[in-house]
Ligand binder design. Structure first.
Ligand code: NAD
Length: 474
């Protein structure tokens, strides 16, 4: 090892813990070098985090909402003050370009600000001649937040913020590939939240299953793949813990013949390849009307070929590496499978020799719907372009998927596009844009894309249970 490797600690019960147990190497996916080491939480440390969150809940739940709002906002403030450091750390572990990492970190501030001011219905009173009913939305208790590696900070805070605002306490488990920014976040908020209200633990592949077997947790808020989501739900069922599951997707874009080709090609490129395609709500299938298919394909290929793939730390780079070796191999094998099956490529991106998990944008030319690159979630910089003629037919093809996360329809005719959007079986369908997620509206995966919702008031309420205080009048 030629450079100093930083070591991070976990936040358990308000203390930074790094002295016991094994350490895990965290790699930079652009260089495959170790950037830092993190603790591999022991069973005792996991139990200590859950216990601390349980104890903290008994007082945190009674902290007035106005104070909880201030604390949530102050967490956003701490992120804002350390924006440059967190941005660089995120790029070093996740791989995305600095400009994208900055946007991700800034989104925490936006979410915190929204949570600090949103109209959250803490309690409602209904009254008649005989009774006064107070219908309260009370917190659940300890929430475990399990987070993937594609947006390690944004997705974690979308659980931490709402859970805390509604009076819950949390144990956060980042992905084993990307724990660093969350551990640093924990250090930064240590003096802002009371001990035990936020705990962040790191570990290898066994920590997720150990966490879902841990007693004393009332809810698992999970974002990740559908395969893992089913395991989380199974484990949660054994202790009747609540779940919110934000899972995989295979979002389609439907492009009608009346669009402006240049601007839509730019937008579709972004939606397919942003974060190197590693976005749950990325466009993963592009259905283009036959009348414009060839012209659109030419434009999309032109934009994609100009992408600058490289180390996210380097200026001008627009797409970073695939985040980890497992996913990199999956995508390389998917491309090889497309080749072996004789599928046509509009653009076959370079896969340079390492180090670094780099794959340049790759676009397939009208593969059959049954091909894996169409029917499965690829989660990388590979996208199929597909022809259609008939709207009913394309809606049926779009809906012929186990997933129902998002989607988009593109047309100059907003009414026609909206009518098609309504027929797509997914939790969010955009018209003339894609991937726009804001704090104030819910994202709810339909079908195998999830259970429950995150964001918006609807997502907040998922961290609560109704409690009725029914008072009989004299
Ligand atoms: P993953 O399911 O492999 O891992 C997600 C998290 O679960 C990680 O922290 C992992 O350590 C943990 N985990 C793994 N096995 C577990 C188990 N048995 N019990 C409990 N926890 C366990 O997902 P990933 O590869 O990190 O992320 C990519 C996937 O996430 C894609 O399918 C993507 O679409 C999905 N995703 C969905 C959303 C959404 O909002 N719907 C957002 C981002 C990513």
């Amino acid at each position: 090892m030629t450079h100093d490797v930083r070591q991070f600690g976990m936040l358990i019960d308000g203390r930074l813990v790094q002295e016991r147990g094994a350490l895990l190497d965290i790699l930079n996916p652009a260089t495959e070098e170790v950037v830092a080491r993190v603790p591999d939480a022991t069973d005792d440390q996991l139990a200590a985090a859950a216990d601390a969150a349980g104890r903290a809940f008994t007082t945190w739940r009674s902290v007035p909402l106005a104070k909880r709002r201030r604390i949530v906002r102050a967490m956003g403030g701490a992120v804002q003050e350390n924006l440059d450091e967190l941005t660089a750390l995120l790029t070093s572990e996740q791989g995305k370009p600095l400009s994208s990492a900055r946007k991700e970190v800034e989104s925490v501030v936006a979410w915190a600000d929204w949570l600090a001011t949103c109209e959250f219905p803490e309690e409602e009173t209904r009254e008649n001649d005989t009774h006064r009913l107070r219908i309260r939305n009370v917190p659940l208790g300890v929430v475990a937040a399990i987070v993937p590696w594609n947006f390690p900070v944004a997705l974690a805070f979308r659980k931490i913020g709402p859970a805390l605002l509604t009076g819950n306490t949390v144990v956060v488990k980042p992905s084993p590939f990307t724990p660093l920014t969350m551990l640093r976040f924990a250090e930064l908020v240590r003096d802002i939240v009371p001990p035990g209200v936020v705990n962040v633990i790191s570990g290898g592949d066994s920590l997720g299953p150990r966490l879902t077997s841990q007693q004393g947790i009332q809810k698992f808020s999970f974002t990740g793949s559908t395969v893992t989501g089913k395991k989380v739900m199974d484990a949660a069922a054994r202790q009747l813990a609540r779940v919110t599951l934000e899972l995989g997707g295979n979002d389609a874009a439907v492009i009608l013949p009346d669009v402006d080709l240049d601007s839509v090609a730019d937008a579709i490129f972004e939606s397919c390849f942003r974060n190197s395609g590693q976005v749950c709500l990325a466009t993963k299938r592009v259905y283009v009307h036959d009348d414009i298919y060839d012209e659109f394909a030419t434009r999309l290929v032109r934009v994609a070929a100009q992408a600058r793939v490289g180390n996210g730390m380097d200026e001008g780079v627009t797409l970073g590496p695939v985040q980890n070796q497992v996913q990199y191999r999956r995508i390389v094998q998917l491309i090889e499978q497309c080749e072996r099956s004789g599928l046509a490529f509009l653009l076959k991106g370079e896969v340079p020799d390492g180090p670094g998990y780099f794959i340049h944008p790759t676009i397939l030319d009208n593969p059959p719907d049954a091909a894996a690159v169409v029917s499965e979630e690829q989660f990388g910089p590979v996208v199929p372009l597909l022809r259609f003629r008939d709207v009913d037919d394309v809606v049926a093809r779009v809906n012929d998927s186990e997933y129902g996360l998002g989607g988009s329809v593109w047309s100059a005719d907003l009414e026609a596009a909206s009518r098609i959007a309504e027929r797509i079986d997914s939790g969010v369908v955009w018209v003339n844009e894609a991937q726009r997620v804001l704090p104030n509206f819910p994202v709810a995966g339909h079908k195998a894309s999830g259970i429950g919702s995150e964001n918006g008031i609807e997502g907040l309420l998922q961290y609560t249970s109704p409690q009725v205080i029914s008072v009989r009048k004299p």
